[in-house]
Every structure is written in structure tokens, then in C-alpha cells.
Ligand binder design. Sequence first.
Ligand code: AMP
Ligand code: GLY
Length: 421
Amino acid sequence: MKIAILGNGGREHAIADQLSKSPKLNKLYCLPGNAGTELIAENVKLDIYDFNKLGKFVDEYKIDLVIVGPEKPLVDGVVDFLTNKGIKVFGPNKISSQLEGSKIFTKKICEKYKIPTAQFGVFNSVKDAHKYLEKSNKPIVVKADGLAAGKGVYICVDTESAKNAVVEIFNGKFGTANQVLIEEFMQGEEMSYFVISDGKTFRKFNTAQDHKRVGEGDKGKNTGGMGAYSPSGLINKELDLKIIETVIKPTFEAIKDMDETYKGFLYVGLMIRDNNPYLVEYNVRMGDPECQTILPLLDTDLLELMLSCCEGNLKNQPINWRDKKSMCIVLCSNGYPDTYKKNIEIPNLDKITSNNNTLIYHAGTEMIDNKVYATGGRVLNFVSISDDLKKSRESVIHEIENLNWENGFYRKDIGFRIIDK
Ligand code: AMP
Ligand code: GLY
């Protein structure tokens, strides 16, 4: 089969790595890919947001299946566009992608289907939002409705900062806004729970925990994710059942009630308190870096699995996992998530070990004349698989120290909540 993956992050490199092991694969394209995918696939420089160009590429190269990595093309309707052309796509359609594309859409589903989540209010004006904030408890969470690349969420400790957040959102910091979402602040520990769905049934696709803050001890600014481990230390049978029954099943029921079907991965971001799940957010794709830590544990052909979703045959498809633990630490460019230098060479990558249990997935990198250059904030994902998260972390840190890239930094404490307590 000829396959195209849309995206250029660590998530897409991890997907490409899994697909390249499948006997069903003949040719893999990454649009646009990175220096890592270039070693196992053909990178094609193409603007994936220009659907007409994408459609032309898919026709010309006779692509059998398109896999969508990031959220933006999904929310923009790339699946509907390609499906209308008769092309097989792995990912949810435009309406189902509203689960990530509109936080208010999701909160309304939670309300109607009694899904446990933070109490919330939706406000149409600065004045109404401010009035509400004056009498609400703090901390409080103010959110922009649409996609904001992880930046549209403000955790506010006092009324003044919450009021400022409302003003910034209505002023269009994250695009035109007619509404703002204000939520109760939930205490607890976060967990990322994944499922895969073919539109008829869904199956669990492992758990993970990521660290979004830039600094050790989960301090400092939010980032795309500084590291993750899998499985989450919080999961147990009872909690698993509650998540499925009280959160996931009613969500798919809501999609069905809209006469829609959901195909693809669903990322369920949860707050866990007293072994009870509360929905924080949905993402309509794999997480990044959660994907880089989960996929190496998969002991089933990912391509077979994705095809079974496209064909509505997931029910009969085995999904096996290695009985191991996995950790991913992200090496970032100095200065991230603020400003950082671009196009800095990363030498010595060929000296880093890579095998079944030690992997490197590229993120913001590009290959020029056989040399690897950092082009993004998050640059490389180092992954280690073992029986023990502490061992995995030591092994990852050893590899990063070996690379000794002077323009980079990383967090040494990924997994601290379960390893170091
Ligand atoms: P989101 O983009 O909705 O995932 O929000 C980003 C992060 O903000 C989440 O991963 C949580 O850490 C935090 N967050 C969002 N909503 C809440 C909430 N209601 N209570 C506590 N923390 C929250
Ligand atoms: N790791 C968080 C995300 O993918 O949005």
C-alpha cells in the first residue's frame, strides 16, 4: 500500500516508524515530515492546509490511505474533503472534530449527557463574564473556545488576572471570539487516556501522563509537552470502567445522536480525584509526546489496526501491548517556549544508540546535505522501554548527555510523581 502521513512532529515520526514495520506497506510519504522521517519515508514539501494541492498529490501518487497526525487539518475538514474524493483517511470528520475544535461544543455534550467535568459558564460579553468572575471562587479557569495550540487556557488565581484573560480572548488573541468559557478549577492528577474507534465500536489504546510545564516540578510556562510516560500510574480496573461508562460511552452516543460517526484516535484528557474521572478536554488525535511513548509498546501491526478502523472492522482486530513501561523525554531548543534560535546543527546523532528499546523520534528538525538542523522548539524525543520507569529515565538521560547538544535543554524529572515519591 501507498500511505501518506500528514504532519511533521514527533508523533508523526513515531507513527511512520510503526507503519514502516508493516508487511502491507510499499511506500510511505510524510507531508512534510522531518529529518527523522526522511530516513524511513519520502518527505514531500507540501502545504497540508491547501486541500486542493493535497488532493492533487494524493491522486497523482495514487495514495491508498492518508493518516492525519495534527488537529488543525482535522478541524478544518480534511477528512471530509478526502473522503468526498473517494480516498481512505484515518481520522475523524469535521463535525466530530469539534470535540477538540470547540471547547463549548464539548461542554454542552457533557451537560446534556451528564459526563463528569468542571462546572462551567459560557459568556457572550466581557461585562457578563466580569460580573460572574467577581463572585466566583478562585482559582478559576478561563478558556478561549477554539484551537489555540495549547495556549488558550488561563488558570487564574485572582479576579484581576481572570478579567484580563477574558479581555484578551474577546480582543481576538486566539482568533475572533464571540464567547468565552469559564470553568471551575479542578483539583486532582491528570491522565491521558486514549481510544481508537471505527465509528461502530471503540477500544482502549493505552494511557499516559505528560508533563506540559517547561520547568522541573511542573513549574513555569505551558509547552506542547516536555515528556511523557506510559502507562499512567493512576490507572486501575475500577477507574478504567468508570472512564468508559461515564465519559467515553456517552460521548460516542452524543456523536451518534448527531448522525455522525467518529473514526480515528480520541485523546481523553482527564483529572482524577479519589479514583473518579472528570473530563478536562478532548483531542481528536494522538497526543504529542504521548504518542511517542505509547506506540513503541504496541505489539500489533498499526497499519492493520488503522485499516480495520477505516473498514469498520475494529471489533475483530486484536490489539496487543508489550508488558513494559515507556518513557519519553523531549530535548528542546534553549529559550523554548518563548524565542529560540533556528537552523542550528545537531551533530553526532549517528552516535546515539537506537534499537527496539531505545528510540529517537524527531520533531522540529530538518535534513540539509545529510546534516540535521533544529528548526523548532521541541527538537528530539528520546524514548526508552524497560520494566521500570526509573531505569528508562536513566537510560534516556544517558543518551541525551551522550549527544551533548549545547543549544538544548530538557527536564530530568519526567515521571517524578510516581518514580520519586
Ligand atoms: P486544555 O487545553 O483544556 O487541556 O487545558 C490545558 C491544561 O490546563 C490542562 O492540561 C490542565 O492542566 C489545565 N486545566 C484545564 N482546565 C482545567 C480545570 N477546569 N481545572 C484544572 N485545570 C485545568
Ligand atoms: N500532549 C498534549 C497534546 O498533545 O495536546
